[in-house]
Design a protein around this ligand. Structure first.
Ligand code: ATP
Ligand code: MG
Length: 238
């Protein structure tokens, strides 16, 4: 069954429509790259999926359940989690506190298990567990933002601009961790990326937005076959 489905989906802010008539689906265990130039509506789309931006029309469903009007917290309980643009960590809390206080676990036992899993995925976070989030490097902060989202044991992880401002080595480390979770645990991912090439490396499906509308949806394979066309859509020089 389709994990996430947007049908004729529009979202926006007050009178302003940021994304119009978007239809796209994510199958279980798949990675969707959501691409497009600045202001295309990528962040608005994933914030609306999480329940933080208003859906204006159309529908949104998770595993066949319509969640168009479902509260944000309930969406987390249903298996959606967000790694937000800019990471949004609690800078004066420690690494461990960001994971336990900032994350969402169903129970204490889950929390313990989830914490151990995050530390296993990112040993650097374990080494720095008592350090304040503000004192981490950019790459470590991104690991922490991913780790915090994983605390709710999501089925679908929405990741906004993971690579922004990070050294290529750190991007590889973070994307490598996501790919591992995808391969080994079947975690589905929506990856919003400026780095088209890096996103195409790991994605199974691609959706390109421009000015709030979908201009391309298809397999990553078909997108890779015509990278020049894709670059013309995303505004990246080929
Ligand atoms: N809080 C807001 N209030 C009003 N308009 C907003 C708000 N946030 C975003 N917008 C508008 O919605 C449109 C889409 O913005 P969005 O942030 O979703 O784009 P994006 O594709 O994520 O861009 P970027 O690559 O720069 O992150 C833009 O025109 C933007 O100005
Ligand atoms: Mg954005």
């Amino acid at each position: 069954m389709t994990l996430l489905e947007l049908q004729n989906f529009s979202c926006g802010y007050g009178e302003m429509i940021a994304v119009r008539d978007l239809s796209v689906a994510v199958e279980p265990g798949r990675i969707l790259a959501l691409l497009g130039p600045n202001g295309a509506g990528k962040t608005s789309t994933i914030l609306a999926i999480m329940g933080h931006v208003q859906i204006k029309s159309g529908s949104l469903s998770v595993a066949g359940n319509d969640i168009t009007r479902t509260a944000a917290l309930r969406r987390v309980e249903m298996g959606l989690a967000l790694v937000p643009e800019g990471r949004r960590l609690f800078s004066d809390l420690t690494v461990a506190e960001n994971l336990t206080v900032g994350g969402y676990s169903h129970s204490r036992a889950d929390e313990k298990r989830n914490l151990a899993k995050v530390f296993e995925l990112f040993p650097r976070l374990f080494e720095r567990r008592t350090q304040l989030a503000a004192s981490l490097s950019g790459g470590e902060q991104q690991m922490l933002a991913i780790g915090r989202a994983l605390m709710s044991q999501p089925k679908l992880l929405l990741v906004d601009e993971l690579s922004l401002g990070l050294m290529p080595k750190m991007v590889d480390l973070c994307i490598g961790a996501l790919q591992k979770l995808n391969r080994e645990e079947g975690l589905a991912i929506v990856l919003v990326e400026q780095n088209t090439a890096r996103a195409l490396d790991v994605a199974h499906q691609v959706c390109v937005l421009a000015s709030g509308r979908s201009v391309f949806t298809g397999s990553a394979e078909s997108a890779r076959r015509d990278v020049d066309l894709l670059h013309s859509y995303t505004g990246v020089a080929a």
